[in-house]
Design a protein around this ligand. Structure first.
Ligand code: CP3
Length: 353
C-alpha cells in the first residue's frame, strides 16, 4: 500500500492502470494566482520566497486548495544551483533572472564548485520536508532541477535570452569549456535531486527548457549525454519505493526516442508535437506528460474542454499519460480557467481508462 491517498500520478508515470488521467500544471504556483502575489510581497521578493520554507510551503499548497490537482511541485527555481555555485542570482523587475558573475573565462569555469545540497541548498530540502508534512499524503510531491545544458545557458549568458548566443558561441569555439561546465552541473544536479529524494519527494522532473535550441548532434553531445548520466545516478526512495523521473526537453519533439532511451520513466512533450504520434513512437517504453498549448487557457470554458478532449483522444485509451500543459502557465491566465481544465481532464478521461 502506498502512503499516498491519491497515487494516480505515480501510477501513470510507471504506466500502471488508473481510473482517470492525472493532471498537474507546470508553474502551477505562480503569478496568475492573486494569493501567490500576496505571499510574494509579504516575502519581499521571489528569491526571499524560495528561501523561506514556511512561505514556500504556503505557495506550494495554494493551487491545490483551489483545484483538484493530482500533484504538488516544490516551490523553488532551477537557478538555485548556479546561485549556490556563487554566480549571484537576482531577479530584475520585469526582466527575469540575472547573474552578477556570469561564466565567461576559463579560470572561473575551472574553479566552478559543486554545491553541497544540505549546506547550500538546505532551504529547498527543508521546504520539501515541510511541504510533505503539510500534504500528509494527499498527493505526490514532485522535486525538480534544470538540465545541465539549460543551467549552462543562463550561467554563461548571465540572464534570459531568446537564442543564448554567448553560450552557443562558446559551444562551437571552446567545447572543452562548455563540457567542463556541463560535467560540473551534472554532478551538482544529480546530488541535488538525490538530496530531494532523501528529503522525501515522490517523483523528480528535469527541465531541459533550452535543449531545443541545439542542432541534433549538438543536442546529443551537450544535453542528452548529461541527462542520461543524471538518470543513471538517481537513487530510489525510502523502503525501495521507485521515485519516477520525468525529462522534458522543450522543442525536443524530433528527439523523443533518444530522450526515452535515457532510462527516464516519462517524457514531457510540448504542444507542437502530436501526443498520439509520440505515443506510437515511444509509448511502449515510457509514459508521456503533456501537452495542451498553454494559450488555450486564454480562451473560453467551451474551447478549453474541446481542446482537452482533443489531447486525451490523441493519446487514446489506456494508461501512461500525465496531463499537463506543453509548457509553464502564463502569468496572465485566468485562474478559473485552470479549474475548468482540471475538472475537464478528470471527467473526460474516464472513458479512456
Ligand atoms: O512549477 C512550479 O509551480 C514550481 C516552481 C517553478 C518555478 N520555476 C517558479 C518560478 C519551477 C519548476 C521553475 C522552473 C524554471 N525556472 C525553469 C524551467 C521551466 C520553464 O518554465 O521552462 C526556468 C527556465 C526557470 C528560470 C526562471 N525563473 C525564469 C526564466 C524566470 C522568469 C520568468 C518569468 O516568468 O518572469 C523565473 C522566475 C520564476 N520561477 C517565477 C516563478 C513562480 C516568477 C517569479 C516571480 O514570482 O516574480
Amino acid at each position: 500500500m502506498s502512503r499516498l491517498k491519491n497515487d494516480t500520478l505515480i501510477r501513470a508515470l510507471l504506466r500502471q492502470p488508473t481510473p482517470y488521467t492525472p493532471v498537474w500544471i507546470m508553474r502551477q504556483a505562480g503569478r496568475y494566482l492573486p494569493e501567490y502575489n500576496r505571499t510574494r510581497s509579504r516575502a519581499g521578493s521571489f528569491l526571499d520566497l524560495c528561501r523561506n520554507p514556511d512561505l514556500a510551503t504556503e505557495v506550494t499548497l495554494q493551487p491545490l486548495s483551489r483545484f483538484a490537482l493530482d500533484a504538488a511541485i516544490v516551490f523553488s527555481d532551477i537557478l538555485t544551483i548556479p546561485d549556490a555555485m556563487g554566480l549571484g542570482l537576482y531577479f530584475a523587475e520585469g526582466e527575469g533572472p540575472r547573474f552578477d558573475r556570469p561564466l565567461r573565462d576559463q579560470d572561473t569555469i575551472h574553479r566552478l564548485p559543486i554545491p553541497d545540497p544540505e549546506e547550500q541548498l538546505g532551504y529547498v530540502l527543508n521546504a520539501v520536508r515541510q511541504i510533505q508534512r503539510a500534504l500528509a499524503g494527499k498527493v505526490p510531491l514532485i522535486g525538480f532541477a534544470g538540465s545541465p545544458f539549460t543551467l549552462a545557458c543562463y550561467m554563461v549568458e548571465g540572464g534570459s535570452s531568446t537564442d543564448f548566443h554567448v553560450l552557443k558561441a562558446m559551444l562551437y569555439a571552446r567545447p572543452d569549456l562548455v563540457h567542463h561546465i556541463l560535467d560540473t552541473n551534472c554532478r551538482a544536479v544529480t546530488g541535488y535531486l538525490n538530496a530531494q529524494i532523501n528529503a522525501g519527494v515522490d517523483a523528480v522532473m528535469i527541465f531541459d527548457t533550452w535543449g531545443g535550441i541545439l542542432s541534433t548532434p549538438a543536442f546529443r553531445e551537450f544535453s542528452l549525454a548529461y541527462l542520461e548520466r543524471i538518470i543513471e545516478g538517481l537513487s530510489g526512495g525510502e523502503n525501495g519505493e521507485p521515485v519516477p523521473s520525468i525529462v522534458f526537453t522543450k522543442g525536443g519533439g524530433q528527439w523523443l526516442k533518444d530522450i526515452a532511451a535515457t532510462g527516464c520513466d516519462a517524457v514531457g512533450v510540448d504542444w507542437t508535437t502530436d501526443i498520439g504520434a509520440a505515443r506510437a513512437l515511444i509509448g511502449r517504453d515510457v509514459a508521456l506528460q503533456g501537452n495542451l498549448d498553454p494559450a488555450v487557457l486564454f480562451s473560453s470554458p467551451d474551447v478549453i474542454r474541446k481542446e482537452t478532449q482533443q489531447v486525451l483522444s490523441a493519446f487514446g485509451p489506456g494508461g501512461g499519460h500525465v496531463f499537463n500543459l506543453g509548457h509553464g502557465i502564463s502569468q496572465f491566465a485566468p485562474p478559473e480557467h485552470v479549474g475548468v481544465l482540471v475538472d475537464a481532464v478528470h471527467e473526460l478521461s474516464r472513458p479512456f481508462h
